[in-house]
Design a protein around this ligand. Structure first.
Ligand code: GDP
Ligand code: MN
Length: 367
């Protein structure tokens, strides 16, 4: 599960990795206030889960609070790699960078070990560096069962070829990053760029992913609502019927049926075991961000979640979204009579057969 930059930076703060002063803003007005609080030129950074925001136009600079407000409004009109920008991080701009470094720790699943990669060629184009001059990237595995010692971190800094006066500071940051990686059961912990200034090093960007199976033991993370979107297994595809199901097998079967009847799925979206109103709302929100979606097919089999609860959720959600894009509903399972009665009462049509629902979804795009 990827987490947003601002959350990763909060983790960095708790691990004493220096980051610029920054505040989250959910509206241009809030951005104005935050920039005023910082009282210096700021960077307005889209909080989306994908990387490469700089290149995609998701990172803007602002000299005044007024400008921060304008830039935030501008970013809120953007979609970066299929994700709509709804919040930004207002961050003190790191002035006069001397150089930009790159440090990442990823779980190498083949080697079954964390791998540290570090380079003095940091900034935006690390993929290009990896392709064109791989010798500029130092790679070192960490033995997960042994303690990672500060001298080992300094060795990595040495191999990066940094100035001897920087080895201790860089080594210290690498070591702390590994502490953060371990403490939070991460699969990725990355700083790119780590900016060198006159006064030392500062992590201008932060990226982390937490092992899905460990999320439950990090209550600090769970408290943050931003996680909920990524509880889904979501894959955008190139068709135009958004297939939403509860359970991976059910969702895949739904996709097969859509193909069988001659159309293509626009998403694979498994909302998991729960199909509460909140989750259904978020799922529909998420698929509507994909401009190719012409029909939404909600394929729910009530299990632990009862069909009547799902029906109530659909009633409330369709009040809000019913008319933007047609929604085809298939609802069966536990308490289905009650669930279907609720839908009928609200004039919402539904199917009980998966085949019929799939055919209906396909006929709606062709009509
Ligand atoms: P990414 O493109 O998603 O990796 O987003 P980053 O946060 O790394 O921002 C992209 C680029 O903007 C960085 O590589 C830096 O070159 C630049 N940048 C980001 N924050 C700052 C900052 O505070 N000061 C300066 N001078 N440049 C920054
Ligand atoms: Mn970056």
């Amino acid at each position: 599960m990827n987490i947003h930059e601002y959350m990763a930076k909060n983790i960095f703060r708790t691990c004493n990795i220096k980051v610029p002063e920054s505040y989250l803003a959910r509206s241009p007005e809030e951005a104005y206030e935050r920039a005023q609080l910082i009282g210096k030129p700021v960077v307005v950074k889209s909080q989306v889960l994908s990387g490469g925001r700089g290149k995609a136009g998701g990172i803007l600079f602002a000299d005044t609070p007024e400008e921060a407000k304008e830039k935030t409004a501008e970013l809120f009109t953007k979609t970066i790699k299929e994700e709509k920008v709804t919040k930004v991080l207002i961050e003190e701009k790191v002035e006069d960078p001397i150089s930009e470094y790159y440090i990442t720790i990823i779980l190498d699943r083949d080697a079954k070990k964390p791998l540290i990669m570090a380079s003095t060629a940091g900034g935006m184009d690390i993929e290009q560096v990896a392709k064109e001059s791989p010798e500029k990237i130092v790679k070192k595995y960490i033995e997960p069962l042994e303690e990672f010692m500060p001298y080992q971190a300094r060795n990595i800094a040495f191999e990066m070829g940094v100035d001897t006066t920087e080895i201790s500071a860089i080594g210290n940051i690498i070591w702390k990053l590994y502490q953060a990686y371990q403490e939070y059961d991460a699969t990725v912990a990355e700083i790119n760029p780590l900016i060198k200034t006159k006064t030392g090093f500062i992590a201008a960007d932060a990226k982390m992913a937490i092992d899905d199976d460990s999320v439950f033991r990090h209550s600090k993370l769970k408290e943050m609502d931003e996680y909920k979107n990524s509880e889904f297994a979501y894959v955008p595809l190139d068709g135009n019927i958004a297939v939403i199901g509860n359970g991976a097998g059910l969702t895949l079967t739904g996709m097969d049926l859509i193909k069988h009847y001659g159309a293509k799925p626009a998403t694979f979206l498994d909302v998991g075991g729960g199909a509460s109103e909140e989750i259904i709302t978020k799922a529909i929100d998420l698929v509507l961000r994909n401009p190719n979606v012409q029909v939404i097919w909600l394929n729910v089999l009530g299990g632990i979640t009862r069909a009547d609860d799902v029906a109530n959720a659909i009633v409330n959600v369709s009040k809000e979204y019913g008319h933007k894009v047609p929604i085809v509903i298939r609802l069966t399972g536990t308490n289905e009579e009650e669930g279907q009665r609720i839908l009928k009462e609200h004039g919402i049509s539904f199917e009980t057969s998966m085949e019929k629902a799939a055919q209906k979804a396909v006929s709606l795009i062709n009509s």
